[in-house]
Design a protein around this ligand. Structure first.
Ligand code: AMP
Ligand code: GLY
Length: 431
């Protein structure tokens, strides 16, 4: 079967790498892909949000399955377009992708189907939003309802600050159209985890839990980024807690989406806050998380091509979605200056050396080829991932590989997995 992976970041490299291990004879394509993905797939020069170009290519090439990585093409209706042309797709259609594309829709869904989440209200007029913020005593989160590349959620410690943020989003339109509606919600406390469920419209199976590290610097300091590293599983998510998340959150979400006439196929990502009152949804995403996928897929015991195909056109219960023992950890190597401005085009050396460890994969996130040399091309450059029998082993190998890779101004966090580390150290001491 011919499979097309849409996207060109670390997440899509991890998906392509895992698809390449399928027991089925698969021929892989990527649009647009990257130099890492080119090891497993034929990269075609079509942008991920070029819906016409992708649909045309898929039909002409006889693609049997398309796996869509990023949210933008899904929210724009890429899956609808492909399904309309008879091409099976791993990913929701636009009406179901609204679970990420409209925070207002997602929050109203949760309210209607009693799915635990932060209390909220949604507004499309600045004056109404401001009055509501003023009526709240304490802190709150203000979110642009539409897609904002992960930057649309802002914490407001008090109503004065809230008014300033609301003005920026709703009047000055710093997030463009995405901020024409806002959600204002209560601040929740607790630890976060990412839960991925592969869904077939009615039912789902979960993958191992994971945790992202959004801040740029060690100790969760510095500005927010697209994610500086991840590990899986998250020890916070015990089997009891996962069972609760499945029963109280995932199944009601799928049932609610079906009731709304928006059956959900593809990957549902639930960002969960484990609060003192139990698990609650922070947000949903309509696709795999980045960089969590780089840590989750190495632990998937199952054939990703079969899983995606079952999600696209069949029943997820007919395929095996198992979890390997052990842990995986991904350290993002970024360009100095990221998430602010940074230089590009710097040669990357040591990649082959790092890959000599067979428990290591270096997922390309922002690289390109220039005169036969891999060079940096974006803020997040590589996701250096390792796995092992234990969390400690995975961490040691990942950071061992990071040391071998060199490019100008490279930086990474040195404390990826610090919460898990604390957990395992306490467990060892307690034992
Ligand atoms: P979102 O864009 O909705 O995923 O929010 C981005 C990040 O902001 C989340 O991963 C949380 O760390 C934080 N956040 C968002 N909403 C809340 C909330 N209601 N309470 C606490 N933290 C939140
Ligand atoms: N890791 C966060 C995201 O993919 O949205």
């Amino acid at each position: 079967m011919k499979i097309l992976v849409v996207g060109g970041g670390g997440r899509e490299h991890a998906i392509t790498w895992k698809l390449a291990q399928s027991a089925n004879p698969v021929e892989l394509f990527a649009a647009p892909g990257n130099p890492g993905m080119a090891r497993h797939a034929t990269c075609v020069d079509i942008k991920a949000d070029d819906l016409d170009g992708i649909a045309r290519f898929a039909v002409a090439e006889g693609i049997g399955l398309v796996s869509v990585g990023p949210e933008v093409p899904l929210c724009l209706g890429l899956a609808d377009r492909l399904r309309g042309a008879g091409v099976p797709v791993f990913g929701p259609d636009a009406r179901a992708a609204a679970i990420e594309g409209s925070k207002r829709f997602a929050k109203e869904l949760m309210r209607k189907y009693r799915i635990p989440t932060a209390a909220f209200d949604a507004f499309s007029r600045f004056e109404d939003a401001r009055d509501y913020a003023r009526s709240l005593d304490g802190d709150m989160w203000i979110k642009a309802s539409g897609l904002a590349a992960g930057k649309g959620a802002v914490y407001a410690p008090d109503p004065v600050e809230a008014e300033r943020i609301l003005r920026e989003i709703m009047v000055e339109s710093v997030f463009g159209e995405s901020g024409s509606e806002v959600v204002i919600e209560e601040n929740m406390t607790g630890e976060e985890a990412s839960i991925f469920a592969v869904c077939d419209g009615e039912t789902f199976k979960t993958l191992v839990s994971s945790q992202d590290h959004k801040r740029a610097l060690d100790g969760d300091e510095g500005p927010n980024t697209g994610g500086m590293g991840a590990y899986a599983p998250a020890p916070l998510i015990t089997s009891d807690l996962l069972a609760r998340i499945e029963k109280e959150i995932l199944q009601p979400t799928l049932d609610g989406m079906a009731m709304e006439g928006r059956p959900y196929r593809g990957l549902l990502y639930a960002g969960i806050m484990v609060t003192p009152d139990g698990p609650r949804v922070v947000e949903y995403n309509c696709r795999f998380g980045d960089p969590e996928t780089q840590a989750v897929l190495p632990l998937l015991d199952g054939d990703l091509a079969d899983i995606m195909y079952a999600s696209a056109v069949g029943k997820i219960h007919n395929v095996r979605v198992g979890a390997k023992d052990g842990s995986a950890l991904c350290v993002v190597m970024a360009s100095g200056g990221y998430p602010g401005s940074y230089g590009k085009g710097y040669p990357i050396t040591g990649l082959e050396d790092a890959l000599r460890d067979d428990t290591v994969q270096v997922f390309h996130a922002g690289t390109e080829m220039r005169d036969g040399q891999v060079v940096t091309a974006s803020g997040r450059v590589l996701g250096v991932t390792a796995w092992g029998k234990s969390f400690m082993e995975a961490r040691e190998h990942a950071y061992g590989a990071v040391k071998k890779i060199i490019f100008k101004d490279a930086f990474c966090r040195s404390d990826i997995g610090h919460r898990a580390l604390k957990h395992y150290v306490q467990k060892t001491r307690g034992a």
